[in-house]
Design a protein around this ligand. Structure first.
Ligand SMILES: [Zn+2]
Length: 153
């Protein structure tokens, strides 16, 4: 019942049994052992399938990530205000989220986690600035030099 053939549907397709199927639920160990045997025997085929799987899902995943990014950015701008705190410029294409007390360089590694943190904190410690005002603030506070100094050994 749980033979290697069970995982193979045709020459171009490799399928692992769905973990929610009732057979899998009752014969989990047997199915995992069978899948492992199949993978060992058909290493190249499985590698090709997994490479294809990555390529097939990559576009979908990056679309999801872009949508999440846009949604979180919009929520943050909604919370912090959709205009520059210094000059009042309100074109959202150039609005940036600024760390009021600096130190945003380390946090900018992942924008999505930064946006989630801003929302969790209710926006405290952050403000909206346009790109020009953000750069002017960095230069005035010499934050740009800190970035350069940190980057050079
Ligand atoms: Zn501005």
């Amino acid at each position: 019942m749980c033979s290697d053939d069970r995982n193979l549907t045709c020459d171009n397709e490799y399928r692992v049994m769905s973990p929610v199927s009732s057979y899998y639920q009752t014969h989990r160990e047997k199915c995992l052992a069978s899948a492992k045997r199949y993978q060992r025997k058909n290493r190249k085929k499985v590698q090709l399938y997994m490479k294809g799987y990555y390529q097939r899902t990559r576009a979908k995943q990056s679309k999801k990530t872009r949508e999440l990014f846009a949604s979180l950015r919009d929520q943050c701008l909604e919370l912090l205000g959709k205009r520059c705190a210094r000059c009042g410029f309100d074109d959202i294409r150039v609005l940036q989220i600024d760390h009021v007390n600096g130190g945003g360089h380390a946090e900018r590694k992942s924008a999505i986690s930064m946006y989630k943190k801003i929302l969790a904190l209710g926006g405290i410690g952050y403000q909206t600035l346009c790109a020009n005002c953000n750069w002017i603030k960095r230069i005035e506070n010499k934050e740009h030099r800190r970035i350069i100094e940190e980057a050079t050994p």
